[in-house]
Structures are given as C-alpha cells and as structure tokens.
Design a protein around this ligand. Structure first.
Ligand code: DX5
Ligand code: ZN
Length: 228
C-alpha cells in the first residue's frame, strides 16, 4: 500500500486560532500542513504569506508545510517562503515565465519542488522536468476558493500522471487538491493519488473545545484509505 499522506488545508481553519487549529489537526493524525497562498491576481482571492508560515514554525509546528503558491509571478516570493520554513513549494506552471528556473530556485532554497495543474492545464509541462520535481499536484477544482465540488475528470488525469510517475522511476508524490472528502477519497486513491488535501473535508468537524477534535474525521478518512 502506498504511503498515504493527509494534508489538511488551513484555508478552511479558523484563522483567529490558527496555531491551535494546526496543533489539533496534527495531534489528530494529519501528516502535512497544506498552506494556500493566493494573491488576488493569479486567483481571485487573497490569503496568507511567509509571515504566517514563519509564525506557525515559531509556534512550534514541526510537520512538513506544503506551500501551494497561487501567485504570479512566483520567483520573488520563493526564497521568502524557504526562509519562513516551507518544506514543499509548489507553483502553477502558467504563473512562471521560466519553469525550469523557478524549480531550480525552490531546490536551491532547500525546499522540495512541485508543479500544480489546474483542471484544464495540460500535463505536457512535465515533459522536460520530471527529474526536478518532488510532487505533482492536480487541482480537482479551479483554484481560488475552498468548499467547491470535486471535478470527476480529475480521476482520469490522476491515472495518467500515476503512470507517468511510475514510468519515470523518480520518487514523486501525487497530490490532489479540491473537494476531497471521506466519501470520495477511496476512488481518488484508486486513481493513483498518494497525498490528499482536505480543507472543508476536515476543518469544522468535531467540537471546538476538544483538543483532539479532528480525531474522528481523520480516522474516517484513513479507514477509507485502508491505512490506520
Ligand atoms: C483551492 C485550494 C485548496 C482548498 C481546498 O484553491 O488550493 O487547497 O483549500 O479546499 P476544499 O477541500 O474545501 O475543497
Ligand atoms: Zn491548495
């Protein structure tokens, strides 16, 4: 069985209590913190930047932080996120004029790299850079907002990427982001994903006063994956 990883998207967390929310979701068994960065330019929404990533590290978060850049341009902000403690930095190829250079910048900054594909973005961007990528992220919604419905065509695209990764022989994670829930995660895993972003599928569940408030929803997700 693949080493499945659950990556709650803090976009759906209570921002007024962000440190506590991240502590809770990790204590409840999540693996990675998915950190959505939006600039009101590449996507029509505005969220958080390196200062918040730094604040989470200072708060004591040691889990990997998976920074999903929905910004254009990307290069200027990469070293700032590396300094702020990012583990992965993924970006959309359409948002970079020089994809190979941006990937190099991420690795030179000491972080793991990733390319993100919108529902209609072709996979051809991968052709010459498979050796420079640690993660491929398929968007299963159009980026910009949490709480949207999973686009079913993503399943066929996941299968395609899974075979590209397997053929390449590289150790590349396959992440999926948007509309992932306990009730559809099994078919998404079957299509080849091994890393699952869940925003509204995790945050908001359980009792706010409970330290392990996300225990039961994460257990439910893991049970669907067959991994405990
Ligand atoms: C959308 C973001 C997602 C979002 C997922 O642009 O990249 O990470 O938070 O939220 P849900 O799981 O609610 O679709
Ligand atoms: Zn995301």
């Amino acid at each position: 069985m693949p080493n499945y990883q659950i990556a709650p998207s803090i976009l759906a967390a209570d921002f007024a209590r962000l440190g506590e929310e991240v502590d809770n979701v990790l204590a409840s068994g999540a693996d990675i913190v998915h950190f959505d960065v939006m600039d009101n330019h590449y996507v029509p929404n505005l969220t958080i930047g390196p200062m918040v990533c730094d604040a989470l590290r200072n708060h004591g978060v040691t889990a990997p932080i998976d920074v999903h850049l929905m910004v254009k341009p990307v290069d200027r902000i990469i070293p700032d996120f590396a300094k702020a403690g990012a583990s992965y930095i993924t970006f959309h190829p359409e948002a970079s004029d020089h994809i190979d250079r941006s990937l190099g910048l991420v690795r030179d900054s000491g972080c793991k790299t990733g390319l993100v594909f919108n529902p209609a973005t072709p996979l051809s961007y991968l052709e010459y850079v498979m050796d420079k990528i640690d993660m491929i992220l398929l968007m299963s919604v159009n980026p910009g907002f949490g709480g949207q419905s999973f686009i079913p065509a993503t399943l066929a695209k996941l299968k395609q990427v899974r075979s590209l990764i397997d053929q390449s022989g590289y150790n590349i994670r396959l992440e999926v982001d948007g509309g992932v829930k306990a009730d559809n995660i099994q078919s998404i895993a079957k299509a080849g994903a091994d890393t699952f972003v869940l925003g509204s599928g995790i945050f908001g569940h359980g009792q706010p006063s409970d330290t392990n408030r996300y225990n039961s929803i994460i257990a439910k997700v893991r049970a669907q994956l067959g991994s405990h």
